[in-house]
Ligand binder design. Structure first.
Ligand SMILES: Nc1nc2c(c(=O)[nH]1)N[C@H]1C(S)=C(S)[C@@H](COP(=O)(O)OP(=O)(O)OC[C@H]3O[C@@H](n4cnc5c(=O)[nH]c(N)nc54)[C@H](O)[C@@H]3O)O[C@H]1N2
Ligand SMILES: Nc1nc2c(c(=O)[nH]1)N[C@H]1C(S)=C(S)[C@@H](COP(=O)(O)OP(=O)(O)OC[C@H]3O[C@@H](n4cnc5c(=O)[nH]c(N)nc54)[C@H](O)[C@@H]3O)O[C@H]1N2
Ligand code: SF4
Ligand SMILES: [Mo]
Length: 709
């Protein structure tokens, strides 16, 4: 598109907001080449005109004076904050030359790629890794976010599922398990869709140590001990089978391994679960009955079930509930994704065979990095360790496209040390961050109104496809895919002859449209065909939902889900309990921020100026803490400073701290990243989940004290 900077007449364009994983259809007003207003598009079948507060603040983010404007080259020592503005040509030439030399001398595996969660360029980074020939890319979610849910769904149901909020039949019941979509949507659903379903009368059940914004709208709240969800789910399965309230027709016809499951859960009574989970046995029974007897029902699962070291079996046990109650691919239940577009051409066939063995952590965590993994990536603790210790070989370069690991990876002290050892660190971002401040080159990224992409929504299932279109140009900022393509061309990598538009058109081909056509229509949304399994069965080896999983058994994992006590917990670590008597959860989302972003956006920051720790009134009283006091939260690994939020809406033995905090207003290179960073408290040490290598970000032990003045 021609962008005329002098055009002072306000013009409007349609696009898709992508500050989060969502895809709200929006109308963008542009004046003098700048975004001046963004509002929800009433024609979008997803958001129907609605937008969240972050999306509304798009102009403030897009035009922020601190946006990076040109490529920067480090002058002086690492982290010295002395930069020289350089041209794109020079930046790309120099980076490509260095990558080429490293590849030739030390092998492509010595170069790692990093990225953030679910961005427009996500799969393009994976494509770049494969084309470059390195198996070592990471994203701080994955093992800690989404990969367990996706993998378990694929293994059990043959596809990923999302709640059916958009059809004609509304859900009668929604079981929110470790998920707070009224704030954190969208991951698979929009906050507004969940709100509308609850407004229409869906009965809510929330399994959550906090009475979250979503739990407050629910009929039942089960304040579970963090990290013990598998025990709760096994007990609910026990009740549903024992009381004969499972969907017999579906179970008989469409599930594999029911009799083994029935035997397996006999011992897992609600009373057994009560002592483990802190949830009363009668509440477990009631929740099981409500979910099983009110159909159709949606099971909304979230991060609360993945950020622990038993993530595979926790997710498995919860996933069984859908099948037992026949809530799969039914109107108003959980529907299997259609994936209407071709999957992204990630060039995985270009990754040299020997490289699979070199992927850090892949031999141990087979469902994260092995051949059976959904999107094979490196294990983060192993990758950063290889930067620090050269074990099993040295990672020498890291190229990051939109990720701030000093805030979002466990044990940021080690991340810091690892980054210091690199020969080359390149960070592409919208703003200068504590991570970017350590780089050799900082590259300015384009924000969503400056980007062209095809967006499949909801994430992973792609039931609908939409077009983001470039509406403005900010300074010298470039879309990440463009940067990757320019580097690829200079390195003569496979696929470098294809433009981004070629890739988008390849994906859209089965729909009979191309990117230009999609841009005109805005979105493509075919109606959902329910119960497709009745034609060809489920896409699993038994053609049924695999309650008992032989695939997992062959990989060396339990074929039926089991409960394991978290490695650091009041039960497992009695020696720590006196000093650290509370259970810590980190990272519960807030409406105003996406991960570590937006602390520099005045309209968002003023709504939430300080990092907060939530605690029960009883804890505050015992410790002499008042609402709004500064407190010190400590774990066996460190201490941080937060503002006390005293509430009745949390289990009295649980403390919840926000994640992602740094202070853009403070001096670089650190920008206060050590002061209130939840990951100073978390643990990146073994044991990990045996399949995914997930580390514990929730369910750890902690202490809290009023800050001494
Ligand atoms: N303690 C704790 N830690 C957690 C979590 C938790 O709950 N607790 N949650 C984990 C989860 S689920 C996730 S997904 C991760 C998230 O971790 P990340 O995705 O790494 O999130 P951020 O650290 O915010 O990094 C995103 C960066 O990308 C930049 N950015 C935004 N858009 C673009 C773009 O288009 N291009 C480029 N190049 N840059 C862009 C932003 O300015 C920001 O600096 O964090 C994980 N870390
Ligand atoms: N505004 C906003 N939206 C976001 C994000 C953001 O940063 N900001 N991040 C996006 C990303 S990457 C993700 S992954 C999603 C995450 O979104 P969600 O999956 O909703 O995750 P959280 O809000 O982190 O946590 C959900 C709930 O889990 C509870 N919880 C914590 N530990 C446990 C536990 O052990 N068991 C159980 N049952 N519950 C527990 C918490 O109290 C919280 O209410 O949100 C996405 N949307
Ligand atoms: S929910 Fe996500 S996509 Fe929608 S307006 Fe908010 S930030 Fe943008
Ligand atoms: Mo995430």
């Amino acid at each position: 598109m021609e962008i005329t900077l002098t055009d002072n007449i306000e013009k409007t364009y349609k696009s898709i907001c992508r500050i989060c994983h969502g895809g709200c259809g929006v109308i963008v007003s542009v004046q003098n080449g700048k975004v001046v207003k963004v509002k929800g598009d009433p024609a979008s079948p997803m958001n129907k005109g609605w937008m969240c507060i972050k999306g509304v603040m798009t102009p403030e983010i897009a035009n922020h004076p601190d946006r990076l404007r040109t490529p920067l080259l480090r002058k002086g020592k690492r982290g010295g904050m002395q930069w020289e503005s350089i041209s794109w040509e020079r930046a790309l030439e120099e980076i490509a030359r260095k990558l080429d030399a490293l590849k030739k001398e030390h092998g492509a595996e010595s170069i790692a790629l990093g990225q953030g969660t679910g961005r427009h360029h996500y799969m393009h980074v994976v494509r770049f890794a494969n084309a470059l020939g390195t198996p070592n890319w990471y994203e701080p979610g994955l093992a800690q976010c989404f990969i367990p849910r996706i993998t378990v769904s694929n293994i059990m149901y043959g596809g990923f599922v999302v709640g059916d909020y958009y059809g004609d039949v509304p859900p009668k019941c929604i079981l929110f398990w470790g998920h707070n979509p009224l704030v954190s949507g969208p991951d698979g659903e929009l906050a507004i869709s969940v709100k509308r379903a609850l407004d229409k009368g869906a009965i809510g059940i929330a399994v959550d140590p906090r009475r979250s914004e979503t739990a407050k709208r629910c009929k039942q709240w089960l304040p579970v001990r963090p990290g013990t969800d598998a025990a709760l789910a096994l007990a609910m399965i026990h009740v549903i089978i024992k009381e004969n309230i499972y969907d017999k027709e579906f179970v008989e016809k469409w599930t594999h391994g029911f009799s083994e499951l029935r035997e397996h859960v006999k011992a897992f009574t609600p009373e057994w679960a009560e002592t483990i989970t802190w949830v009363a046995a009668c509440d477990i029974v009631n929740a099981a009955r409500t979910y099983a007897l009110n159909k159709p029902a949606i099971l909304e699962w979230g991060l609360g079930i993945e950020q622990n070291t038993n993530s595979l079996q926790t997710v498995r046990s919860i996933a069984i509930l859908r099948a037992l109650t026949g809530n799969i691919d039914n109107p108003g239940g959980d529907i299997i994704g259609k994936n209407i577009i071709r999957s992204y051409p990630t060039l995985k066939e270009k990754l040299p065979e020997g490289m699979l063995k070199k992927r850090l952590g892949a031999d141990t965590f087979k469902l994260l990095g092995g051949w059976r993994a959904f999107m094979p990536s490196a294990h983060i603790p192993a990758l950063f360790k290889a930067m620090r210790t050269c074990d099993p070989y040295q990672i020498r370069a890291l190229l990051i496209f939109g990720n701030n690991p000093l805030t979002t990876v466990a044990n940021p002290g080690e991340v810091y040390e690892s980054l210091q050892r690199l020969e080359l660190l390149v960070v592409t971002d919208l703003f200068m961050t504590p991570t970017a401040a350590l780089a050799d080159y900082v590259l300015p990224a384009a924000f969503w109104p400056e980007v062209e992409q095809v967006i499949g929504y909801p994430l992973v299932v792609e039931n609908m496809v939409m077009a983001q279109q470039k509406i403005t140009q900010h300074a010298e900022c470039r879309q990440d895919e463009w940067i990757i393509n320019e580097l690829s061309k200079r390195l003569h990598l496979p696929g470098s002859e294809e433009s981004l538009e070629d890739v988008m058109n390849y994906q859209l081909e089965p729909l009979g449209i191309d990117y230009q056509k999609l841009k005109t229509s805005g979105f493509f949304y075919p109606p959902h065909q329910y119960k497709r399994y009745e034609e060809k069965g489920f896409r699993t080896p038994s053609k049924k939902v695999e309650l008992y999983s032989k695939s997992l058994q062959r990989l060396g994992y339990d074929p039926l889900p089991t409960y394991k006590e978290p490695p650091e917990s009041p039960v497992q670590s009695p020696e720590l309990v006196e000093q650290f008597p509370y259970v810590l959860i980190t990272g519960c989302r807030k409406k105003e921020f996406f991960q570590s972003e937006h602390r520099q956006i005045p309209s968002l920051r003023k709504r939430r100026p300080h990092p907060q720790a939530e605690m029960h009134r009883e804890v505050a009283a015992e410790k002499g803490i008042n609402h709004g006091d500064w407190v010190i939260v400590s774990s066996p690994r460190g201490s941080i400073r937060m503002k006390a939020q005293v509430t009745e809406d949390i289990h009295p033995r649980v403390i919840s701290v926000e994640h992602g905090w740094w202070f853009p207003e403070k001096a670089g290179p650190e920008f206060g990243v050590w002061e209130s960073n939840a990951n100073v408290l978390t643990n990146n040490k073994p044991p990990y989940d045996p399949a995914f290598g997930s580390y514990q970000l929730r369910g750890l032990l902690c202490a809290i004290e009023k800050e001494k003045t």
